[in-house]
Design a protein around this ligand. Structure first.
Ligand code: CAA
Length: 258
């Protein structure tokens, strides 16, 4: 399938999606988000793929929702048409792991998109922020909800109320990103991490993703109960037999996703 606003490729069991509107610093317009959703659904359905990486350019992961497309809209336009956020929810339907590899600006919707991924690997050039307040709007794709869950109320309030940016070091210290790497190693690191995940048992990986996400949407007791069910289910898999047998035989496991 060919796209105009993203570039897609596969490397072994890993799918790579590059946001590609360089002149607008990958500003996320309707066309780009539509294509991103289509590509994600296609890779979700592709049995060869075990993990997905989303990245941008050296200068920007994405500088937010497209301000030019929003500037003249009124309340009815955005409310009735679910403008901007209409096709932003597709990523939540993806059960395979999705890694954000972020270099440069991840602002507004760009930061929100990165937070919708399962974890963020940041280049040392990465800059995160929710600058919507400076445009006279509130973050519209989860910034006020996912950021406090990732970095604490104090830091999220600071970011959303002042609109300032935080660099990669601050973002890692705050818990927004899982690791920082030199910019020229970003893609290699993200693809290696994705490749390692893709070599594991996909049903188990999907259960882990589902279970960790549960932690944000349930009480501790409900979450523990949910995890217990997932844990017990693993024992119905051939991959559990293979994983433990391989450990005992001191050899790498050969998972069959079964
Ligand atoms: N939408 C549309 N175009 C954008 C854009 C955006 N979010 N961000 C950057 N661009 C465009 C600029 O207009 C500029 O285009 P021209 O060359 O045609 O003028 C081009 O990208 C390069 O940008 P700059 O010249 O501004 O580059 P810079 O290096 O000087 O500054 C920046 C970089 C600090 C990221 C700056 O571009 C900026 O502040 N961008 C806007 C960031 C922002 O406010 N994002 C939030 C958007 S609202 C949102 O996301 C809502 C939501 O929650 C869903």
């Amino acid at each position: 399938m060919s796209y105009e606003n993203i570039l897609v490729e596969t490397q072994g069991k890993v799918a790579l999606i590059r946001l590609n509107r360089p002149k607008a610093l990958n500003a996320l317009n309707d066309a780009l988000m539509g294509e991103l959703g289509e590509a994600l659904l296609a890779f979700e359905a592709d049995e060869q793929i075990g993990c997905i990486v989303i990245t941008g350019s050296e200068k920007a992961f994405a500088a937010g929702a497209d301000i030019l497309g929003m500037a003249s809209l009124n309340f009815i336009d955005v409310h009735k048409g679910e403008f901007i956020t209409r096709n932003w929810e597709t990523i939540r339907r993806i059960r395979k792991p999705v890694i954000a590899a972020v270099a440069g600006f991840a602002l507004g919707g760009g930061c929100e998109l990165a937070m919708m991924c399962d974890f963020i690997i940041a280049a040392d050039t990465a800059k995160f922020g929710q600058p919507e307040v400076k445009l006279g709007i509130v973050p519209g794709a989860g910034g006020t909800q996912r950021l406090p869950r990732a970095v604490s109320k104090a830091k999220a309030m600071d970011m959303c109320l002042t609109g300032r940016m935080m660099d990669a070091v601050e973002a890692e210290r705050a818990g927004l990103v899982s690791r920082i790497v030199p910019a020229d190693k970003l893609l290699e690191e993200a693809m290696t991490a994705a490749g390692n995940i893709a070599d594991l048992s996909l049903p188990v990986v999907m259960m882990i993703k589902d279970s960790v996400n549960r932690a944000y949407e349930s009480t501790l007791a409900e979450g523990i109960k949910y995890e217990r069910g997932q844990f017990y289910s693993c024992f119905a898999l051939e991959d559990q037999k293979e994983g433990m047998k391989a450990f005992i035989e001191k050899r790498p496991a050969n998972f069959k996703n079964a």
